[in-house]
Design a protein around this ligand. Structure first.
Ligand code: GRF
Length: 219
């Protein structure tokens, strides 16, 4: 088997997606190793998850830096020490500057709680409800300089129920995220999914819409 893909995971908060990735690795379902976790918030609950799994972590508090450029530089300096094959944004709530994104182009992925390109940015669950959408979901994508717009790796739709409010919908989107994020990393770790010149390939052919869809297990 190939060497495990080295991951650096960036978080800002609860870190439940980090938890899902840790658990898939621990169960032997994902050939990857989280070599470091970085949080821009000292109080992020996700740090406890890293600690419990014996994963080293660093806090790089954005408040300690004068501007985005110097903060991003500090972040890059920290990440590059670990030479990761993939940088995984998991509820990382800072906008990354263009220099950062360019530096890691093709090695930087994000999960977003909507069916992109619908609902970039925040409050995605309420916006899906307000629009009367029949489906909502989660998307894993490569990060490009434009926010929540990079090429899609995987996307999972879930039905919006009549009884849903933003909280219940968020919970079910999370349930989808815990499956789709490890699956996207698995596809990258195995070489099934690759990225070249802004294009995502699946088994060395341009990925099509069907290959981007992932049906989650509902229970
Ligand atoms: C997730 O909904 C993810 O899609 C978004 O931020 C949330 C992070 O949740 N980017 P957690 O910190 O992983 O629990």
């Amino acid at each position: 088997m190939a060497a495990p893909l080295k991951l650096v995971v960036l978080i800002s908060g609860n870190g439940s997606n980090l938890g899902a990735i840790i658990s898939e690795i621990q169960q032997g379902h994902l050939n990857a190793e989280i070599v470091h976790v970085i949080s821009n918030r000292p109080d992020a609950n996700g740090l406890t998850r890293a600690q419990d799994a014996d994963i080293p972590f660093t806090v790089i508090d954005h408040k300690d830096y004068d501007n985005r450029e110097v903060f991003d530089q500090a972040l890059m300096h920290c990440i590059d020490q670990y030479q990761p094959g993939l940088i995984v944004l998991a509820g990382y709530m800072r906008i990354l500057g263009a220099a950062f994104v360019e530096h890691y182009m093709g090695k930087l992925i994000n999960i977003h709680p909507s069916l992109l390109p619908r609902y970039q940015g925040l409050n995605t669950h309420q916006r899906a409800l307000d629009a009367g959408d029949a489906e909502h979901g989660a998307t894993v994508h490569y990060v490009t300089p434009e926010l929540d717009s990079g090429p899609i790796i995987l996307q999972s739709p879930i039905p919006v129920l009549e009884s849903d409010d933003a909280d219940s919908l968020e919970q079910r989107v999370h349930h989808a995220e815990y499956q789709i994020y490890p699956e996207a990393i698995r596809r990258i770790a195995s070489g099934q999914v690759t990225f070249r010149n802004g294009v995502v390939y699946y088994n060395d052919k341009k990925m099509n819409d069907e290959q981007r869809q992932f049906a989650i297990k509902l229970n």
